[in-house]
Write a protein that binds this ligand. Structure first.
Ligand code: OAD
Length: 251
């Protein structure tokens, strides 16, 4: 809600080690559809059939054709939006330390965020299932399905499929920065996928103020969000930054 922008700016103006947890919603205004809700990817395809590691290993060609190929086409050209840029501004203002993202699109790094924990891996690279050689996704030739490494092995993206473990270092660092933050911005996530959805609870339990940015309420909104800002990240973030800058400018 717009009237909560000012209280959120008050909190962030004095925060020194804020953390952001982001999800698919922050990239919607970059043209990447979310997973859940209206127009979400999981409305069109069943995640257990196309995004589970067993489905990929059983039939990599189908998973490449139904999921990975379209993702590559979208992510090859996607660019950061004002939501991503706002987090870079917060870092430069000395407020935000770390972005924990469930996204695999690399847009936080492209925008300029310097400490990004990729909780679900990233789509920028592929690994060969046989020899482990890694190649850039942008260099993958889609003429052959499924795409293969020079050794003949099948390529898979370096992101987490359902049924796979979260990378240990990403999990441990996320828990640590969540426990230590003084404010957590929860942006564009339905907060329904574990263990990422636990991070705001860790932050709240350790005294952080929870600021949520999302056009829709989530399970966090009524439970632990102190300041739910209802709206798209691309419009809320610039207003929030402006309100913080006004506070910094006034003596
Ligand atoms: P979801 O698709 O579950 O949720 C997207 C959220 O973004 C929803 O709460 C929307 O209301 C919100 N949203 C939509 N437009 C927005 C906008 N312009 N600005 C801000 N928010 C907006 O995405 P995640 O929570 O990221 O995992 O999903 C978590 C995980 O589930 C993903 O990482 C992926 C998926 O299955 C794996 O693939 C392992």
């Amino acid at each position: 809600m717009s009237d909560l922008i000012e209280p959120a700016a008050d909190v962030l103006s004095t925060a020194k080690r804020a953390v952001a947890l982001t999800g698919a919603g922050i990239s919607v205004e970059s043209g990447i559809p979310p997973f859940r809700g209206k127009g979400g990817l999981w409305e069109k395809v069943d995640p257990m059939k196309v995004a589970h590691i067993d489905a990929f290993l059983d039939d990599p060609e189908t998973v490449w054709n139904l999921l990975i190929k379209d993702m590559k086409t979208l992510l090859d050209t996607a660019r950061p939006n004002p939501g991503h840029a706002g987090l870079v501004d917060l870092e430069r203002l000395g407020i935000l330390k770390t972005v924990i993202t469930q996204n695999v699109d690399g847009l936080h790094q492209m925008a300029g965020s310097s400490d990004v924990i990729e909780f679900h891996g990233n789509f920028a690279w592929q690994s060969c299932l046989d020899c482990n050689q890694r190649i850039k996704t942008s260099q993958v030739d889609l003429a052959q399905m499924p795409p293969r490494c020079s050794c003949g092995g099948i390529l898979r993206p370096d992101c987490i499929f359902f049924g796979e473990m979260i990378p240990q270092d990403a999990l441990v660092r996320s828990q640590r920065v969540s426990a230590a933050c003084d404010a957590m911005l929860v942006i564009g996530t339905s907060a329904t996928v574990q263990p990422a959805a636990t991070m705001p609870y860790i932050a709240k339990d350790n005294g952080a103020v929870i600021i949520e940015i999302n056009p829709e309420p989530t399970p966090l909104t009524s439970r632990i969000s102190d300041l739910p800002l209802l709206g798209g990240a691309g419009s809320i973030m610039p207003r929030l930054i402006q309100a913080i800058r006004r506070r910094r400018a006034s003596p």
